[in-house]
Design a protein around this ligand. Structure first.
Ligand code: ADP
Ligand code: MG
Length: 619
């Protein structure tokens, strides 16, 4: 139970005690009216103190109208018309409702935490020839840890000994285990299935994947203001209308009928209580929490409830090409040197690229096949959208696209091919080119089919050349394609798109965080792929696909839609019940307690409905 819930529990207990005392005293003895008021007021004061405090705080922030205010007016009013018992009872049930709220919210959070059960508890630190069990927080960089079968990886690390298979389901939603060997990176929160591994710590606990993911999910949970923004729009109109109806009930009928004025005041107050949207207000954040939890089990991290809401409104998806729609793993198809040997050209290119983490660089490194001797490389400068410049063995080397060659005034021969061409120049002279090509992810086809079926707009951005861009776009049947873009062109293009956006249209950008982090943050929704490892993407994006599978977007959208559906169901049901209760209250069929009890029933049903969101898989 949370601290908050415990406090509520004590308040309720004390209030109930005072209420019983007041009841007993006034039923067994005849006490003066003033004494009776005081006795019940004591119970009322204990039960309502926090509500008054909260309301006062809200008033300071100039947000007055909400369910607290309804309750305050109603119960205070009941005191004035000498309905002491009802006033206390209404406040009592209201508090019980809040208590249930607190508990069920806490439960939802707990179940999310359990669903994404990635918190490592301990680590086996290797000290000399012995092992010591330590909390993961105490591990330091470069220390060596031992990973046994069945254990959770405590921090991000790299395998230094042994082979094994790793279950990353909790992190990425991927059920297929992954084989690892020396040199492979392991992410905290995944599980070592078999094999004893030794690994070197590459990140402190707090910077490791598990801690980052948990922080993100927790923050998304605490972003309560965010998720309620949906409900805010509703309360803004609902509450004043209710107050107006109650006022009319108090004023109009006594002017026309004969019944006593105090009876109509009481009915007006009951209307206020009956209209209280308390249950609804909990069920909304709960449904959003459930949606976020359900998504995280599918390997989709959603950083806040509002993104879940916005995701349902997206009608255009803009994709980055390299590493997003394509695998970003290039294969060298051809090496065409100019006045040197093939091996030499590849070596120069691989060395110059040895510090870059661009997919092109990685593939050149792979084709080179050896550990690059980094001492031969100096003065490295990566130029996004162009390529790299570096000194290799003291010679000035440029590796990149035509734009780079043109800028450096290098005389070269342009190659027309549906592959990415990497040009190389050494000491101002053209040295040849390497033709590499990337493959489109199988999964991208699936996503595009779904997008076409849903009539979503699709756009592709790429820094690559026209031939490659057109080929990829036509195979995936993407509607519009923009190529040879510098990272800043992507930003200005998206800005332009956004300016031309019509009211209510939303645009998502899907990228891998390499050279496109600014675009990720600029879009209405930034979706980053391959959350593991890419820090820039983790920071800039609103939604993160933990696995390199663009089609996870489909699950995310389905979950988002289901969440909003659940919220709408709750609203319709709750408001329907409220209207019914208000009408019954007007004709004098409900007492204040009954109105509150009915609200609790509505709340329970709403909460159950939201709980189901957690089970939703979006498959
Ligand atoms: P994309 O938009 O396809 O993801 P980038 O914006 O990352 O591509 O890069 C655009 C272009 O810039 C690449 O197609 C390539 O020609 C060139 N480039 C960028 N970085 C490098 C690099 N490290 N080595 C060689 N070429 C590069
Ligand atoms: Mg890219």
């Amino acid at each position: 139970m949370t601290e908050e819930a415990r406090k509520k529990g004590i308040e309720i207990g004390a209030g109930v005690l005072l209420y019983i005392i007041a009841w007993s005293v006034t039923s067994y003895w005849t006490v003066p009216a003033a004494a009776e008021t005081v006795l019940f007021f004591l119970a009322y004061a204990v039960l309502s103190a926090t509500t008054y405090l909260e309301q006062a705080k809200k008033m300071l922030k100039r947000q007055f109208i909400d369910e607290n205010l309804l309750m305050i007016i109603a119960t205070l009013g009941a005191f004035f018309v000498e309905r002491h018992k009802e006033a206390v009872a209404a406040m009592l049930f209201y508090q019980v409702g809040k208590f249930v709220e607190e508990i069920s919210l806490g439960r939802t959070k707990k179940s999310i935490a359990k669903f994404i059960d990635i918190r490592p508890e301990y680590a086996n630190l290797k000290v000399g020839n012995k092992e010591k069990i330590v909390p993961p927080q105490e591990l330091e960089l470069r220390q060596v840890i031992v990973l046994r079968p069945g254990e959770k990886i405590p921090v991000d690390c790299v395998v230094t000994q042994g082979t094994g298979t790793i279950d990353m389901k909790a992190l990425t939603g991927e059920s297929e285990p992954r084989a690892v060997r020396v040199g492979d990176h392991l992410y905290s929160g995944s599980i070592n299935l078999n094999g004893v591994l030794e690994a070197r710590v590459t990140r402190l606990y707090n910077d490791s994947t598990a801690a980052k993911i948990m922080r993100m999910v927790e923050n998304a949970n605490d972003n309560k203001a965010d998720s309620v923004h949906f409900a805010d729009k509703f309360t803004k109109y609902y509450t004043p209308i209710v107050i107006l109806i109650a006022l009319l009930t108090v004023i109009l009928p006594p002017m026309m009928f004969i019944e006593a004025k105090s009876e109509w005041i009481y009915r007006g107050l009951i209307i206020l209580v009956a209209a209280c949207p308390c249950g609804l207000m909990v069920s909304i954040p709960m449904a959003f929490l459930g949606g976020i939890g359900a998504a995280s089990r599918q390997g989709v991290l959603i950083k806040g409830a509002s993104y879940l809401e916005e995701l349902t409104e997206v009608d255009t998806y803009v994709f980055d090409k390299t590493g997003t729609l394509t695998e970003g793993v290039f294969h060298v198809r051809d090496i065409v040197p100019h006045k040197m040997q093939e091996e030499e050209l590849l070596e120069i290119a691989a060395l110059a690229e040895s510090y870059s983490n661009h997919p092109i660089a990685t593939s050149l490194g792979e084709a080179y096949g050896r550990e690059p001797d980094r001492s031969r490389v100096t003065d490295i400068e990566e130029q996004p959208g162009y390529g790299v410049r570096a000194h290799v063995d003291g010679r000035e080397v440029y590796v990149g696209n035509t734009r780079l060659m043109n800028r450096e005034g290098i005389f070269y021969q342009q190659v027309e091919d549906a592959g990415t061409v990497v040009y190389i120049a050494v000491d101002g002279e053209y040295a040849g080119y390497i033709l590499i090509s990337d493959i489109i992810r199988e999964d991208s086809f699936r996503l595009m089919r779904w997008m076409r079926r849903k009539s979503m707009g699709t756009v592709m951005f790429t820094g690559d050349n026209e031939q490659v861009a057109e080929e990829v776009a036509s195979r995936l049947r993407i509607e519009s394609v923009y190529y040879e873009l510098m990272p800043e062109d992507k930003v200005s293009l998206l800005e332009e798109f956004r300016e031309n956006q019509m009211e209510g249209e939303k645009m998502a950008f899907v990228g891998d965080g390499i050279n496109d982090a600014p675009v990720l943050s600029l879009a209405d929704i930034g979706i980053a792929m391959g959350g593991l490892g890419a820090d820039a993407a983790l920071e800039a994006a609103d939604i993160i696909l933990m696995e390199d599978e663009p089609s996870r977007i489909i699950s995310a959208v389905r979950i988002a839609k289901a969440t909003l559906r659940s919220v709408r169901q709750n609203m319709v049901f709750a408001i329907g019940m409220k209207v019914l209760l208000i009408i019954m209250a007007f004709f004098g069929f409900v007492t204040m307690q009954n109105a509150i009890i009915a609200d609790m029933a509505v709340m329970l049903i709403n909460i159950l409905n939201s709980f189901w969101m957690l089970q939703y898989s979006g498959r």
